[in-house]
Design a protein around this ligand. Structure first.
Ligand code: NAD
Length: 307
């Protein structure tokens, strides 16, 4: 397990389950509306490159016929049948936490889990979104200025990205969300978890509030194919800013298009998706993942029903 694993609960029930096989990856992605996810392809191709067989199931709560199970039942079923673990996505990343025995330091700080590992009768929860964004930024934004950065969106992913930005050495982090309670909650959380970064809520976006920014990160769903547009007004962009988006469908969002047009340095959301999968694969299999190989799988992915 990762060094950042910390004990959070000791009331472990003795569970009877099959042991995960060392030469096989048995895993799944639990969420809603995930039929088009690239995660299964990435894990299965990576497993195959390591010479291990894999079965990676999409467990989409939107397509259950008949009675919908609850999350606890899915976890128990996967654990009992010898799954190495599960990836967890919207809307279950917070809901899964009380069902686990132990959380990594990152999962504990962020308060949500996207990777569950079953081992020795215990359930370990990790948040690889945090590391995934940080690693994508380290590789794709080398030398980028880190004094003052605006994060737009303080939802599930925004919380992980905010912690990653603090770990990347951002000195002053502004947080904007159309839901001001979420922004305030995230700022309060960061003051406790990452006190070295100065954080404040921004209640609107105009030339005054964005003046002197080194960079912007979009962690809202705005820009997705199903939520087109940009959460940051194009007229407030400045060529000197770097601009990162965590939306990766489409790869180039409206925000990144606007930013590229005026010459800003840009970072697409695919990097975070690839690096979070990379760390997750390592946690599930104890084998090193190759991010370049994962990127190739991600880039070549053909959507079901697509060409
Ligand atoms: P969420 O619903 O939990 O949070 C979204 C937040 O954005 C909410 O707090 C909402 O109030 C805020 N928001 C919405 N519109 C806004 C606007 N115009 N201005 C300011 N704030 C606004 O969603 P989430 O789980 O945090 O996911 C957000 C996006 O991140 C999704 O598109 C998701 O696909 C993407 N994502 C990408 C990765 C990756 O690996 N690249 C990982 C996780 C999530």
């Amino acid at each position: 397990m990762q060094a950042d694993t910390q004990l959070t609960q000791d009331n472990v029930l003795e569970r009877k389950c099959l042991t995960a096989s060392e030469d096989m990856l048995l895993a799944g992605l639990v969420g809603r509306g995930i039929q088009r996810s690239r995660t299964p392809e990435m894990h299965m191709a990576e497993a195959s490159a390591h010479g291990i067989r894999s079965v990676y199931k999409i467990i989409d709560f939107d397509v259950f016929s008949g009675r919908e199970p609850d999350l606890a039942e899915i976890l128990s079923a996967a654990e009992m049948t010898g799954f190495n673990g599960l990836n967890v996505t919207y809307p279950f990343k917070i809901q899964v936490v009380p069902l686990l025995d132990q959380l990594s330091a990152n999962a504990k700080a962020v308060g949500s889990v996207n990777t569950v590992v079953f081992r020795d009768g215990r359930r370990y929860g990790h948040n690889t979104d945090l590391w995934g964004f940080a690693e994508s930024f380290r590789r794709g934004m080398e030398g980028a200025a880190r004094r003052k950065v605006l994060l737009i969106g303080a939802g599930g992913a925004g919380v992980a990205v905010a912690h990653a930005l603090a770990d990347l050495g951002i000195e002053n982090l502004l947080v904007f969300d159309i839901d001001p309670i979420r922004a305030a909650r995230l700022v309060a959380q960061l003051k406790i978890n990452r006190p070295a970064t100065t954080t404040e809520v921004v209640d609107h976006l105009d030339a005054g509030t964005v003046s002197g920014l080194d960079g912007i990160v979009n962690a809202t769903p705005i820009g997705m194919a199903k939520a087109p547009g940009s959460a940051f007004p194009a007229e407030l962009l400045d060529q000197a800013m770097w601009v990162a988006d965590i939306v990766y469908f489409p790869l180039e969002t409206q925000l990144l298009k606007d930013a590229r047009k005026i010459g800003c340095r840009i970072l697409p959301g695919s990097g975070m998706a690839i690096f979070q999968a990379s760390r997750s694969f390592e946690l599930l299999t104890d084998r090193p993942a190759d991010p370049e190989r994962l990127k190739t799988t991600f880039d070549n992915f053909v959507e079901p029903g697509g060409t």
